[in-house]
Write a protein that binds this ligand. Sequence first.
Ligand SMILES: Cc1ncc(COP(=O)(O)O)c(C=O)c1O
Length: 412
Amino acid sequence: MKGLNRREDKLFIDEVSLEDIAKEYGTPVYVYSGSKLKENLKGYLSSIREKDKICYSVKSNSNIHLLELLADLGSGFDVVSGNELRKCLEAGAKPEDIVFSGVGKTEEELVLAIKENIFSINIESEEELDRIIKTAKDLEKKAQCMIRINPDISSESHPYIQTGLKTSKFGILREGIDSIVEKASKSRLINLKGIASHVGSQIFNKELIFENLNLLIEIANNLIRQGHALSYIDLGGGLGISYQEERELKPREVLEEVISRLEPLNLNLLLEPGRSISGNTGVLLSKVEYLKKTSDLNFAVIDSGMNDLLRPSLYQAWHNISVVATNNQKELSYTVVGPVCESGDTFGEDRILSLDEDSILAIHDAGAYGHVMSSNYNSRLRPPEILVEGQEIKVIRRRETFDDLLRQERDV
Ligand SMILES: Cc1ncc(COP(=O)(O)O)c(C=O)c1O
């Protein structure tokens, strides 16, 4: 993971020793590098034109302190719930830099989006368009919208993180576009400003992005010819990050080509990157509780579980695991597991590590789809989050307490 460096046998994030953080704040704990987060956003911002927009996908990590850092640098935001939208506004985001995706927007969420006049509600179905028109009518206010196309393109990644296939619930199939556009433009309550898509996550093949772009350009051109004044193409998110040894696509190497294809058409670009901004900024620190030997395996039982970081259990996702302070123990092959009563509560198999019973482990690249997917399963308390910038350490979410856990069941 790039935000990390090893000095005198200790692992550091920015200028701070991860061992010191574990000692001071306990484990499990998420730790993020603020400088890495900013660098990742700047990689996008420096590759686009003035009217193009980078709308960070809040679902990947929605801690408000990170949203504030990103908003300060001029990031826009892609939200998938009313509460994500409210968090962005609270973090200082401008409504005209927010897009709202997702197939199940409630009436209440649409009211908020229309009242706040956000940049776009990305329409995912004709039924949703009907609801937007009704809500806009009730509010006597126009809704700013794009249509999310389902391009029927595979992101060539895990089935659970593919969103652009014909069989997926997301977006509108090509054959449905004309009737939606007609309905939207007839209503006069919809300002249709562009078309959107999101093929899926963990994309390493840039040809997929260009294939999707060409499709959107073809659709946009057709609509423009019919007299619709579109000004944006939203290509979604999805650039992959290297959890193991994958070759990452850098924003610039993709965007130069994308922008050169959009330039002659007078279309602006909008992107919704999540993982490629937040993913490699964070680690989850955990302590070894037991080294348990069986006839076949060495288990390292750690104090983080699948409730803290779900990706390995949910997608069989691979995360690098390393020891934060090197010791003299013999290297062995370990199966790294959590304490949750599920066999799927496994972080890695055959990991070559030198461990003792108090070792602190760093699970790398846990900044995206980490804490946001955590739960209280097994009545476990969600871990705190810490932001490091240079030598500065800031707790950006406190550890949950037993009282927090009980309150929602007792205060009823
Ligand atoms: C509509 C939409 N946009 C953007 C993203 C962010 O994707 P990623 O984190 O892979 O960049 C997602 C994630 O699934 C999404 O559903």
